[in-house]
Ligand binder design. Sequence first.
Ligand SMILES: Nc1ncnc2c1ncn2[C@@H]1O[C@H](COP(=O)(O)OP(=O)(O)O)[C@@H](O)[C@H]1O
Ligand SMILES: [Mg+2]
Length: 235
Amino acid sequence: MPPLILVNQLRYRYDDGTVALNGVDFRLEAGETVALLGENGSGKTTFALHLNGLLTGDGSVEVCGIAVNARNAAIVRRKIGLVFQDSESQLFMPTVLEDVAFGPLNQGLSPSKAAEVALTALEQVGMADVAGKAPYHLSAGQKKRVAIAGILATNPEILVLDEPTTFLDPPGQRALAGLLAGLPQAKILITHDIPFARATCTRAVFFRRGMIQQEGSVEEVTARQGWEFRPRRAE
Ligand SMILES: Nc1ncnc2c1ncn2[C@@H]1O[C@H](COP(=O)(O)OP(=O)(O)O)[C@@H](O)[C@H]1O
Ligand SMILES: [Mg+2]
């Protein structure tokens, strides 16, 4: 069995000359949930966008043994579900239900079956009660949950969530951690939320300046990076 994701010496430079990825090696095996940690601007989102072919750089990216490139991006996107950091850009249908049903419909499900699957996914993220609303009327946290439902509804083999707990209230964060723990898929979670990473991830990698600088358990990586948040009392 090939790894679910295999990335070799990935490099990417944006049009304005910014070197966002500078030789990233990475692999993801079945059953893993990996935290991508690292400073703002260290390349985590850019890396995620390479996993389903939204960006293509130098080096290689394979998903389920398939090389990711412009030609087979459509096949890869059935295997990997990416929830964007900015979920605003992911929601575009008139109602929440239609939005979440869009993926399953696209996969060939009948309209009634797609609506059923969409409603189940909305229930999983606690958003079934807003199914009839317009996505643009939702709060940021609600949009995030709906975007996650949209990915769950397509049942991909790998889930990639870019800052999924941003905007979520504490009960929503807890519920998401519980939901993810119960899903069988391998996952990549980009997050600054260390308790969330600790609760959900089997392994962590730490990005710095477009490279993976360190790997280990969430505890090891955050301790070594001085990445724990401990409020200091004024002397
Ligand atoms: N569209 C873009 N054009 C130019 N530079 C970009 C663009 N998107 C991101 N960058 C830059 O690439 C680097 C990596 O960004 P990003 O992948 O978003 O980091 P992270 O997700 O770790 O915060 C940063 O220096 C950022 O400013
Ligand atoms: Mg980012």
